[in-house]
Design a protein around this ligand. Structure first.
Ligand code: DI6
Ligand code: FE
Length: 416
């Protein structure tokens, strides 16, 4: 007997290769022990609903989608960078500010002064905002500590946020958090003339220690002229590979460093940003199965003009994910739906691609394609229920309140 059965639902399964959105109109979806037990057209239900499920609910012709997956965020940090927003509006560039010791390093200063509890308190409202728009899985990067103690506190805060939300302190009943160690994000000022020492510290001490403590689900680096070179990045990837950790990379955001091809050589889960991605990078990603994570919030906030090569990514068959990049510097964006809208308006994704980018392909970018991202029997019952008539509305509205409810492991937050 199933635990719960939803009837009268339009279900956007997001399974590829079926109808648009993998849609099933007048569908049914059941849950058993936190997993999807059955999904299909209501008329195909294998019996009388009352005999099939303990609890029958009516979705009133709403749409059910997979819970949204925000696969690239830096949402744990202290302070904010509104002052730099003003500087940029007055003409300073992101790189100018970074070179003058602001940018990432100003958030590092604030974050180094914060306890785990303070980081949880500062970050919980951002996580809650994502959850209020249907997010059931979120990736959170470290990278504002740049020393072992602070990176550890950031990763602990990320893990703690998962527990806090499971305990319903956020009032939303659960979210899955995946942590990423972003050891090579910026060079700490005290290593200004000792780049190699910092890279060695990250590779030989910080990463092994944090991995051993179970705090690292994947690694990431900022491969950029104002970040780390491809050679430094490669050394870090070697260390990650030796520890069996999956790899992600901030690549080709501000310039073409060949980062995506480098990441692909290490069978990276994803290469992210990609505005300056070359044809060679695309080919390497296609061959390695590396997901392209597009971050239109950063493109928008930095008023960039060169969009990522979406048409070429499509032609090469590289799956595209979309994420908020929620961070205090380049993407103060805590709305997955607005990220989808920006991906359509600025990058010309279709609304269906944008939703696939926040569900199916985002799951792949986290190495969780077997567990979440589509509505199929056996996967986790992480669901979003929407007050919409058609799924394209999710990417179409800006700032609307569309979420009726969300379920994490089959348990709904609000509606009974
Ligand atoms: N690229 C980004 O967009 C963020 N980090 C990165 O490597 C920005 C982080 C920040 O400016 O605080
Ligand atoms: Fe980022």
């Amino acid at each position: 007997m199933w635990d719960t059965l939803w009837l009268n639902a339009n279900v956007a399964t997001m399974v590829a290769g079926r109808a648009p959105y993998g849609a099933i109109r007048n569908g049914a979806l059941s849950v058993k022990d936190g997993r999807i037990a059955w999904v299909g057209p209501r008329e195909d239900l294998p019996g009388d609903p009352k005999a099939l499920a303990a609890d029958i609910r009516y979705a009133d012709a709403e749409w059910i989608t997979p819970g949204l997956i925000d696969c690239h965020t830096h949402l744990v940090f202290a302070g904010n960078r509104a002052r730099e927003f003003e500087l940029r509006l007055n003409g300073a560039s992101y790189e100018d500010i970074a070179r003058a010791g602001g940018g990432i390093l100003s958030t590092v200063k604030a974050t180094r002064g914060a306890s785990v509890e303070a980081l949880v308190d500062a970050s919980a409202p951002r996580l809650k905002a994502l959850m209020r728009q249907g997010v059931t899985t979120v990736e959170i990067k470290s990278g504002y500590g740049l020393d072992l103690e602070t990176e550890r506190r950031m990763l602990r805060a990320a893990r703690a946020l998962e527990k806090v939300s499971r305990l319903d302190e956020l009032g939303e009943h659960g979210v899955r958090v995946r942590t990423t160690f972003l050891g090579l994000h910026a060079l700490p000022p005290d290593y200004k003339d000792r780049r190699e020492d910092y890279v060695a510290l990250v590779c030989e001490e910080m990463l092994p220690a944090l991995a051993q403590e179970g705090l690292v689900d994947a690694v990431d680096a900022f491969c950029e002229t104002i970040g780390f070179t491809p050679a430094e990045t490669e050394r870090y990837f070697e260390s990650a590979q030796a520890l069996g950790l999956p790899i992600k990379l901030h690549a080709e955001q501000l310039s073409d460093q060949g980062g995506a091809a480098l990441a692909a050589r290490y069978k990276a889960l994803s290469a992210d940003h990609l505005e300056h991605l070359s044809d060679a990078g695309i080919a390497a990603m296609a061959q390695a199965g590396t997901i392209a994570v597009l971050l239109p919030g950063a493109f928008y906030a930095l008023r960039e003009t060169k969009p990522p090569p979406v048409e070429e990514l499509r032609a090469a068959g590289v799956p595209i994910a979309v994420a908020t990049d929620c961070n205090p510097g380049t993407s103060p964006l805590a709305s997955p739906l607005l990220a989808m809208n920006l991906a359509c308006t600025l990058f010309r994704l279709t609304p269906e691609e944008a939703l696939a980018g926040m569900t199916r392909n985002a799951a792949l970018a986290l190495g969780l394609g077997h567990e979440i991202g589509t509505l199929e029997a056996g996967k986790a019952a992480d669901l979003a229920f929407w007050r919409i008539d058609e799924p394209a509305e999710l990417a179409y509205w800006m700032g609307a309140d569309l979420l009726e409810d969300r379920a994490f492991a089959g348990r709904t937050a609000w509606a009974s």
